[in-house]
Design a binder for this molecule. Structure first.
Ligand SMILES: Nc1ncnc2c1ncn2[C@@H]1O[C@H](COP(=O)(O)OP(=O)(O)O)[C@@H](O)[C@H]1O
Ligand SMILES: [Mg+2]
Length: 313
């Protein structure tokens, strides 16, 4: 079943002193996210990610278009009970403890009073904050606050969760923990939709990604599909450091590191290259197809309007 259905969602803000200058933050966007997916919404700063999430959460009104989550309109209160949301840079009242905050949110999302305390403790454990439940939030680091935000978003066991830049400001360990948590949510059958400008986080985690730039969808698909369209090239690694001249003639550009050599060449020349190495009695270590990284794809997709992106928006 489709978890999120976006039907031509579009947002123009009116900016300037008299609010007369239209600023298009999101061009009509059409896309779908299936139930059980981890979906990455990628784009550089100012691309329109937060705007899209706010539209989906019903926090701002669309200029046109609509969206459905689990088949329900975004303003349907029944839908609200089924979703969780971590805003970008969540702000919480400094003098509450983590436990108080979670119990408060549990109340807001309709968790029965006698279950709130147990559920809050469970969530604190889940995001690795079991020792910090009694601490006031003003004493929390950025990473701890982000985890409280995540706990708040999943507290009421929503079916679909939306995270806006969940890894921002976290150190590598913290990023890893958030990634593992999202992976766990998927294993529980939940749908996870998150935005990020950090590509490696998406590459390691997502079933599918969409790339958005200047309010426009530039590409959508599985990470494997987006990156496998590479180049028909293979990478050969062998025990060096010698490089047969016949290999250079096949177009290989070798990089020598210590006693190993790595070179990429066209797949069509693979057999000839292996043969050349054998003739020279060089030991082949590996042959692997070259895949473009998601970053290559991303950079390529952002290119055409780079001139516009560089100017004032
Ligand atoms: N409330 C607002 N009023 C005017 N312009 C806005 C508002 N919110 C966002 N924008 C503009 O819309 C564009 C997209 O912003 P945003 O959705 O926050 O991007 P992202 O989350 O991808 O960084 C940016 O150019 C931003 O300046
Ligand atoms: Mg944003």
């Amino acid at each position: 079943m489709t978890a999120i259905e976006i039907l031509g969602l579009e947002k123009t803000y009116n900016v300037g002193f008299w609010r007369k200058r239209p600023k298009c933050a999101l061009r009509p966007l059409h896309m779908q996210v299936e139930e059980g997916e981890i979906f990455g919404f990628l784009g550089p700063n100012g691309a329109g990610k937060t705007t899209t999430l706010k539209l989906l959460m019903g926090l701002v009104f669309p200029t046109s278009g609509s969206a459905r989550i689990l088949g329900m309109e975004t303003h349907d209160p029944r839908m609200r009970a089924q979703i969780g949301f971590l805003p970008e840079q969540p702000y919480f009242y400094d003098y509450l403890t983590a436990r108080e905050l979670l119990e408060y949110y549990a109340g807001l999302s309709g968790v029965p009073a006698k279950e709130r305390s147990r559920r809050s403790q469970e969530m604190l454990e889940r995001v690795g904050l079991h020792d910090a439940g009694g601490l006031q939030l003003r004493k929390f680091s950025k990473g701890m606050l982000q985890r409280v935000g995540i706990a708040q978003a999943i507290l009421h066991e929503p079916k679909v969760v939306f995270f806006d830049e969940p890894m921002s400001g976290l150190d590598p360990m913290g990023r890893r923990e958030v990634r593992d948590l999202m992976d766990q949510l998927r294993q529980e059958g939940k749908t996870v939709f998150f935005s990020t400008h950090i590509l490696s986080d998406a590459e390691a985690l997502c079933d599918r990604v969409a790339i958005i730039h200047l309010g426009e969808l530039r590409g959508i698909g599985s990470v494997a599909d987006l990156t496998s369209s590479a180049q028909n090239r293979v990478e050969l690694i062998w025990q060096g450091p010698s490089v047969p001249s016949s290999l250079r003639a096949l177009g290989a550009e070798p990089h020598i590191a210590g006693s190993t050599v790595r070179a990429t060449l066209l797949e069509a020349n693979q057999d000839a290259a292996i043969e050349a190495l054998r003739r020279e009695r060089l030991r082949l270590i590996s042959v692997v197809p070259v895949r473009a990284s998601l970053e290559d794809y991303f950079v390529q997709k952002l290119k055409p309007t780079e001139a516009v992106a560089g100017g004032r928006q």
